[in-house]
Structures are given as structure tokens and as C-alpha cells.
Design a protein around this ligand. Structure first.
Ligand code: HEM
Length: 265
């Protein structure tokens, strides 16, 4: 906590000293610094700011990162899916880096991320507190109970998914989505506490998949054991050991073509 506080309070101090950037807030911290209570007109104190940025940092960092690890692992195991993703990226981007405008022309990449979130939801359990007595699945649940909603199991429930254990990004093709229960896939939760970073995370992951798939082929090191491990997030217990192999495209900024299949650093 000391290390984290030092970093967060350091950021706040730095920004306060720099003042509001010309042309208005540039990022979330600027916005939080500029925010004023509608009734009192007061801004947040350092403790309130620190709490806001720690929450955003903690909730927003590992969730997306760990899902990308699972996505690259799944791609390494399903070469036909990887090939289709490479075709989409090559067709839309060629030799350039992706921008947000490119994303809607690369729907298959997003389907890959959504399917990775189905099989390995990075927040596998969502807690709730019952506000009144209720009945769940035939069980009486008294008011004030802590209930854990198991997203991992819902995402693999045979009532909602054909062949639920299989990695199949076409589960998220437009036609397949129709008629599916709206809570059969809820990696970002549901209701008033729905993840505030959902759209940011999807955009970030989509851009990262496009950037990395364009440049590298991902191969899992076969001797490395992959075991999922549910803590607060769903992590690969022993990490994810993979090798990256440059694809044929030019390395951005150098103009030099990269040799196909050569291992990268
Ligand atoms: C793949 C990435 C992510 C996943 C799977 C994920 C998942 C979730 C889930 C399951 C919840 C709980 C929802 C509920 O209780 O119903 C949640 C809440 C939250 N998430 Fe995310 N999240 C992701 C990325 C992010 C990012 C990028 C940010 C911020 C930049 C973020 C910020 C938050 C915050 C602040 C909450 C609490 C919302 C509230 O209680 O009102 N998350 N997220």
C-alpha cells in the first residue's frame, strides 16, 4: 500500500503543480482534478482523488491484460482462427498501425476477445448483497446474504451455449447473438454496477489485438503448463510462456521488412 500510495499521491502532486492543461483536461486525472461538486462547488481532496485513481488503476489494468494472455493462448491453439484474424488485419491495415476508425471493419478480432472473455472471464465472480428475502433456484436466500454470481459457469452453461467448452469466436457473429439470453454472457457484470470501463476495455483490447496480430505470430511453448486459477481475477496460474515470431510486415518507423517466422525479442 505504501508503494502504491507513493505512486498515486506523486501523480496527483505533479498534476496539481502543472495546473489545468491548455485546451482543457487531457486525461482522466485532469478531469478528476477539474471536477466540482454541483452543490458545494468544491473539488476533491487528495484522499478522494487517490481512491478514484487506485480503483480505476486496479479495476482497469489486470482485467484487460489477463484476458489478452488467454486470447493469445487460445489463438496459438486454434490456428484456423488465428489465420482468419490475420487475414482480416492484413486486409484492413496492410503495413500501417490501427486507429479507432479501423475497428468497425475488423469485427472478427472483437469476436475473439469476447469469446476469450466467455471462456476465461477475468472477473469470474461478481458479489451481491440481497436487500430482501428471495428465492434463487429453489433455495430460500434471506435478506442480508452475500451471494456470489459465478460468471465462469454461466458462460459455459449448456442451456445457453452449443458446445460450450469449445473456443469459437463465431459464437459472437451477429446472427448467433440473436435470441441468446441477455445474461448468458456478462463478463462486465450487469445492472447498475456494470463495469464502468467496458467500452474502454473493448476498444483497448481490439486495438492491441490488431496491433500485435498484424506483427506477430504467437506460439505457446508446449512444455509450459497452462492452468487457470481463480483469485480475484482469473489468471494462468504459472503465467503464459509464449514465443513471438515476426510476420512479414515492415516494422513501423524503420521501413525495414521483417523476415517471416523469425523469432522476435
Ligand atoms: C476486460 C476488461 C474488464 C473486465 C472483464 C471487467 C469486469 C468487471 C466486472 C465483472 C465488474 C463488476 C460488475 C458488477 O458488479 O456487476 C466491474 C466493475 C468495475 N470496473 Fe471493470 N472490467 C474490465 C475493465 C475495466 C476497465 C478498463 C476499467 C477502468 C478504466 C474498469 C473499471 C471498473 C470499475 C470502476 C468498476 C466498479 C463499477 C461499480 O461498482 O459501479 N474495468 N468490471
Amino acid at each position: 500500500m505504501e508503494g502504491l500510495d507513493e505512486m498515486m499521491y506523486g501523480l496527483i502532486e505533479e498534476r496539481r503543480a502543472a495546473g489545468t492543461p491548455e485546451g482543457g483536461a487531457k486525461d482522466l486525472l485532469d478531469m478528476l482534478l477539474a471536477a466540482r461538486d454541483e452543490e458545494t462547488g468544491e473539488g476533491m481532496d487528495d484522499r478522494e482523488l487517490r481512491d478514484e485513481i487506485v480503483t480505476t488503476f486496479a479495476a482497469g489494468h489486470e482485467t484487460t491484460a489477463v484476458t489478452l494472455s488467454w486470447a493469445f493462448y487460445l489463438l496459438s491453439q486454434h490456428r484456423e482462427v488465428l489465420r482468419r484474424a490475420q487475414e482480416e488485419v492484413d486486409r484492413e491495415l496492410g503495413d500501417r498501425m490501427p486507429t479507432v476508425e479501423d475497428l468497425r471493419r475488423m469485427p472478427y478480432l472483437l469476436q475473439i476477445f469476447e469469446e476469450a472473455l466467455r471462456l476465461y472471464p477475468s472477473a469470474p465472480i461478481v458479489p451481491r448483497l440481497t436487500l430482501r428475502d428471495t428465492v434463487l433456484g429453489g433455495h430460500h436466500v434471506p435478506k442480508g446474504s452475500r451471494v456470489l454470481v459465478n460468471l465462469f459457469n454461466i458462460h459455459r452453461h449448456p442451456r445457453h451455449w452449443a458446445d460450450p467448452e469449445r473456443f469459437e469466436p463465431d459464437h459472437f457473429a451477429a446472427a448467433e447473438r440473436k435470441g441468446r439470453h441477455r445474461f448468458a454472457h456478462m463478463p462486465f457484470g450487469a445492472g447498475p454496477h456494470l463495469c464502468i470501463g467496458k467500452h474502454f476495455a473493448l476498444m483497448e483490447a481490439h486495438l492491441l489485438l490488431a496491433t500485435l496480430i498484424r506483427r506477430y505470430d504467437f506460439r505457446h511453448v508446449p512444455s509450459h503448463r497452462v492452468v487457470n486459477h481463480a483469485t480475484i481475477t482469473l489468471r494462468p496460474k504459472y503465467g503464459m510462456v509464449m514465443t513471438l515470431h515476426e510476420r512479414r510486415h515492415a516494422v513501423p518507423g524503420t521501413g525495414a521488412p521483417a523476415a517471416a517466422g523469425a523469432p522476435a525479442d
